[in-house]
Design a protein around this ligand. Structure first.
Ligand code: NAG
Ligand code: NAG
Ligand code: NAG
Ligand code: NAG
Ligand code: NAG
Ligand code: NAG
Ligand code: NAG
Length: 640
């Protein structure tokens, strides 16, 4: 043969590097030691095929640090003529493939330009590796390179590139190493459970019958802290890609159970992914429906209920207004104050210079009144300058408050601020703390808010005239993040520096309120686009504000308002000042959207939250009418 002739000419070494086993091609790290080389006599059993090529597995297979399987890319006639179960040998070029437009992805080791295909025998059977039995996905970090006190959430990200370091695989310790060591292999996921709705590309994240971290009651995996307070990355979860036989994966939501899935481990679109041989059938869907909150407004003027809801690009014509109204009226029990985010201008996302949102807010409050007779909300917002606060062009999304006038009102005496004026803590009548503008934006000209929504601060009074303060925020999104299975380690957390700055400016404002009046009752709520496990972003809130979940002893796995990829997560938060914290709190996240039956049935991508707070000392309690010492002198958690 031509090749053995060449090998003889070049000597033994040339022959060794040219005839290669799959294990030699794969090597014991992320990149092939033979990348770029032409290799011959690569031998294995065909385990699966698609229209672009096939997958080969060594026999006997060696499943350990080194993957025994390989993608063959190229659909020549000879490749197409092979059948699953054939033992073949072939030649090709070892390639590390990464899509040009996805520079942050890892690469897939392939044998491309296949040639010299010889079928030696047929009818072989390769048993899939049963995950959770033969090989158990680790629940620890994704990568040895995710160093830092917050693991995969440590900032800055992109301290190193996995393909530069190319570490030796440690599949029992690290998630990416585990899945890399199975790249190309046929595996079975026993008793799979979906962790999310399908992605826009149709991928479905699942866990199988193996140990997991952060399991919530619905069946999803919540971001929680692990050993040494390092957040779990859910290395044990994996997405399902398109089935190889052209069938379609069923619709999924958190907690949907599928039949066992057998498929090939590959890497695509930023993630290790399993391509099922065929679409699995659904075994069961969770039957528990979201229930209305048990938090109900009481008569005590000091005890208020507050709701927080990102209503996802709401305009006067939005189809989801009636759903959102029903959630506020009947699931949150019409809280005394609603903190809203993503209220669009009256012209929706038509880019025509209109910045007012009274029609949007009126449409919502009218719908709430229809959903629950007698519930009448007033509203306030500050119109942004046209197209300077980010979001869809023309939509001018902003935060807004709704309130029930029979329970609370905005304190009069200070004018309402405009888009560019900053409200400030001042000494008002009787030397008491007041706001210069009510409501008013917080430092709106600070570079922290460039291309982003400005926070809205307000000063309120109860029916007995007690004052309290609120701040409604919508911090910058995580756009620009790199995939959690991607090359930059730790992964890039898009706009984390911006959010850190926004937290700082918000904290500076709240600390001036508390300097004037250390007892002030302050409630901060909104879409902060960040998990509390990313502690670096929130550090300015330390010792200033307290997380209401922590105060209310909500189980860490049930703290979620959002689901994305492998994680259920809390990115919407409520914080309170010390005086509110000490009086005791209650909070519930109402999963009307993360538990929806499909993406289309959701009213918003966020769940709403409802809480009870005490903004003043209850008269009834002070006069000893009600004995309820349990809510007093609660132990405050140490910062964040
Ligand atoms: C080709 O590979 C097979 C299996 O690894 C081996 O038995 C055989 O000797 C190899 N042939 C050549 C010419 O290298
Ligand atoms: C990560 O850093 C590399 C340089 O080390 C750079 O080329 C790449 O663009 C960065 N990726 C991201 C997402 O910031
Ligand atoms: C799914 O896989 C598990 C583990 O291998 C096995 O015990 C179970 O019988 C399988 N279920 C079905 C329906 O095949
Ligand atoms: C919007 O509604 C509020 C409250 O009803 C009102 O005070 C304000 O003048 C209205 N703004 C516009 C631009 O109509
Ligand atoms: C806000 O009010 C101030 C003071 O009246 C004014 O100078 C400024 O132009 C106003 N900004 C906007 C955006 O209307
Ligand atoms: C702060 O609260 C305590 C306890 O409720 C009260 O005794 C004290 O007078 C308050 N101080 C101020 C400055 O309001
Ligand atoms: C905000 O950041 C500045 C500058 O780093 C710092 O001096 C200040 O203490 C921070 N504010 C808070 C409330 O942490």
């Amino acid at each position: 043969m031509l090749y053995s002739g060449l090998a003889v000419l070049a000597g033994g070494l040339f022959a060794l590097t040219n005839a290669a086993t799959i294990a030699q091609i794969k090597g014991d790290s992320f990149l092939s030691p033979l990348a770029g080389q032409v290799v011959y006599n690569v031998t294995g059993i065909v385990t699966a095929k698609d229209r672009y090529g096939l997958w080969l597995t060594d026999e006997p297979s060696r499943d350990g640090h080194v993957s025994s399987s390989l993608r063959v890319f190229g659909s020549t006639v000879a490749v197409r003529n092979t059948r699953v179960g054939d033992k073949i040998s072939l030649s090709g070029t070892v390639t590390e493939y990464r899509k040009l437009d996805r520079p942050d992805d890892l690469s897939l080791t392939e044998l491309s330009s296949p040639g010299q295909v010889i079928v030696h025998s047929t009818g072989h059977k390769i048993d899939p590796v049963v995950l959770g039995h033969a090989r158990i996905p680790p629940t620890g970090p994704l990568s040895s390179l995710d160093v830092g006190s917050e693991g995969w959430l440590s900032v800055p990200g992109n301290v190193s590139l996995l393909t530069d370091v190319n570490p030796t695989l440690q599949p029992t310790l690290y998630g990416l190493d585990f899945w890399e060591s199975l790249e190309g292999r046929l595996v079975t996921i026993p008793n799979p459970v979906a962790l999310d709705f399908p992605s826009w590309m149709g991928a479905i994240w699942v866990r199988g019958d193996w140990p997991v971290q952060g399991l919530n009651k619905r069946g999803g995996l919540t971001i929680v802290n692990g050993k040494d307070d390092i957040p779990y990355a859910h290395s044990e979860a994996i997405p399902l890609g398109r089935p190889l036989d052209g069938s379609r994966n069923p619709k999924s939501t958190i907690g949907v159970k599928f039949e066992n899935i057998t498929g090939i481990v590959t890497y695509q679109f930023g993630f290790y992914t399993i391509l099922p041989l065929t679409a699995p059938a659904i075994v069961s869907v969770p039957d528990e429906e979201p229930l209305p909150s048990s938090i109900i407004a009481l008569d005590d003027p000091c005890e208020l209920t507050i709701g927080d809801y990102n209503v996802e690009n709401m305009s006067p014509r939005s189809h989801h207004i009636s759903k959102v109204a029903n959630h506020i009226a009947n699931y949150l029990n019409a809280p005394d104050i609603m903190f809203l985010q993503e209220i669009q201008s009256d012209s929706g996302s038509t880019d025509n210079g209109i910045v007012t949102a009274n029609k949007t807010l009126k449409a919502l409050t009218n719908a709430i009144e229809r959903a629950r007779k007698g519930v009448r909300y007033e509203f306030v917002n500050i119109e942004p300058e046209d197209n300077v606060d980010g979001g869809k062009p023309g939509s001018n999304i902003r935060v807004a408050y709704l309130w029930r006038p029979e329970r609370v009102s905005l304190v009069g005496g200070s004018p309402r601020g405009n888009a560019t004026q900053a409200t400030e803590a001042i000494k008002g009548k009787d030397e008491k703390l007041s706001l210069s503008l009510n409501p008013g934006r917080i430092n709106p000209l600070s570079p922290a808010w460039e291309d982003s929504r400005k926070p809205l601060a307000a000063m309120w009074q109860t029916t007995t005239g007690e004052h309290f303060y609120t701040v409604n925020v919508h911090f910058s999104s995580k756009r620009g993040s790199s995939p959690s299975h991607g090359n930059p380690r730790p992964p890039v957390n898009g706009h984390n520096a911006r959010r850190t700055y926004q937290v700082n400016v918000t904290a500076d404002f709240i600390s001036t309120l508390l300097q004037h009046s250390p007892n002030a009752s302050v409630i901060l709520a909104g879409d902060m686009n960040e998990y509390l496990q990313t502690r670096s972003v929130f550090h300015s809130f330390n010792n200033l504000l307290f997380d209401i979940n922590e105060l209310s002893s909500v189980s860490p796995t049930e703290r979620y308002t959002y689901v994305y990829e492998q994680h259920t997560q809390e990115i919407d938060h409520i914080f309170v000042s010390e005086s509110v914290a000490k009086r005791g709190t209650e909070v519930e996240h109402i999963h009307v959207n993360t538990w929806a039956k499909s993406v289309g049935e959701r009213a918003s991508d966020h769940d709403p939250t409802v809480a009870r707070v005490r903004v003043c000392e209850s008269r009834m309690k002070m006069e000893g009418v009600v004995e309820d010492s349990s809510t007093f002198n609660v132990q405050l958690p140490l910062g964040l």
